[in-house]
Design a protein around this ligand. Structure first.
Ligand code: TXA
Ligand code: MG
Length: 351
């Protein structure tokens, strides 16, 4: 299959909206920008089309998808119950990077929800994404448009790397704004439970809702096993670059010192260091690749850059990636969640 790439002139580019909507209506696959990451979209009410997404991504079929909507009327057709807390979240955060889990209606094909009785729904703030959904006239099922297990795509070129020849169309709307995926909040339980930290922070949610639980599995996303220098790591990987990745947490001067020491000890390895504006000057050794993820004063900037940084490491074919850690406050929680997964949980703590 030939994968077309169309550049978006503006979010209201009629030609691209029309072409994308035609493909969605006809059961095809369209990768499109959202404010978080690029999504790989299909008609969310068409089981066969949704199956093509699993195939193109190589995604395990027990991992359910998010339905993207463009209006509240669409939501009412898809879910059985809209709790007050969800109404409040919609008023505050929609359209935007918040996905909510509801009890589903039967109209939604089983494959979208991987057999669950619940469905994940999000109204993106990206105008093109909403225009595409509206013109398609159906909710668009869309996971991130990466090969399963790879870093999520924040540029059309990332999507092309993973999806060339497998999907009908890639809409190139430039780099995405937020850079990490939406926050996932389960509204079928009381209090609501945070399942994935993302563009909307836990602090934001608590300020609005009062009580918010956090999925215990997420807390397991913090390092369970403290690895002292040189210990081998766990197996679990996600958002994973091809090279081995290791996260360093603690005093930033000590982090730089430890990384310097390891660079010196491994003269034959191609090492990438993912540092920050504030720490660049702390490193004495010169690694094969030094990437500045942005300023620690602006965690939004770091979130915007992390997946691209991980993909740059792949492109440079490095052997090892050393990445600086962040606090779990605000956007830091989403950033650390992605970095820890990229590292398969391998962390050097207490520096
Ligand atoms: O920002 C985003 O959310 C992006 C853009 C494209 O919208 N999409 C995205 O989709 O990240 P995906 O498929 O990569 O992640 C969806 C997450 C997965 O962790 C999935 O397990 C969870 O949402 N999820 C989906 N449906 C669920 C359900 N019914 N119950 C619990 N978790 C669910
Ligand atoms: Mg994903």
């Amino acid at each position: 299959m030939e994968t077309k790439v169309l550049k978006l002139e503006s979010p209201t580019d009629q030609e691209v909206i029309e072409k994308g909507a035609m493909i969605i209506k006809n059961g095809g696959l369209v990768a499109f920008p959202t404010e978080t990451v690029y999504g790989l979209g299909a008609n969310g009410l068409d089981q066969e089309a949704v199956c093509k997404i699993y195939e193109a991504k190589g995604r395990p079929s027990d991992n359910p998808m998010i339905l993207h909507i463009s209006s509240r009327e669409m939501l009412e057709k898809l879910v059985r119950d809209i709790p007050k807390a969800a109404e409040d979240c919609m008023d505050m955060f929609w359209p935007g990077p918040l996905t909510m889990i509801f009890f589903k209606k039967d109209i939604i094909p089983e494959k979208v929800c991987a057999g669950l009785d619940t469905v994940a729904i999000r109204m993106p703030s990206d105008s093109f994404a909403r225009n595409l959904i509206e013109r398609s006239g159906v909710p668009i099922a869309a996971p991130s448009a990466n090969t399963s297990g790879r870093p999520s795509p924040t540029k059309a070129s990332h999507v092309l790397e993973d999806m060339a020849g497998k999907i009908d169309l890639i809409v190139d709307g430039g780099p995405t704004e937020v850079g990490i995926e939406s926050t996932v909040l389960d509204m079928t339980v009381n209090p609501p439970m945070l399942l994935r930290p993302g563009g909307v922070t836990l602090e934001d949610l608590k300020a609005l809702l009062g009580e918010v639980d956090v999925d215990p599995a997420l807390l397991g996303g913090k390092p369970k096993e403290v690895l002292h220098p040189k210990s081998p790591g766990q197996k679990y990987k996600h958002y994973a670059p091809k090279a081995e990745c290791l996260l360093f947490a603690g005093n930033l001067k000590n982090v730089a010192k430890e990384v310097d020491k390891r660079i010196k000890e491994n003269p034959n390895k191609k090492i990438a260091v993912l540092a920050t504006e504030e720490t660049l000057d702390l490193y004495r050794e010169k690694p094969y690749l030094m990437i500045n993820m942005g300023s620690r004063e602006h965690l939004q900037e770091i979130a915007h850059n992390i997946f691209n940084a991980l993909r740059e490491c792949d492109e440079a074919e490095v052997d090892l990636i050393y990445v600086e850690g962040f606090s779990f406050q605000g956007m830091g929680q989403g950033i650390m969640n992605r970095l820890l997964k990229a590292c398969g949980g391998k962390v050097v703590l207490g520096l």
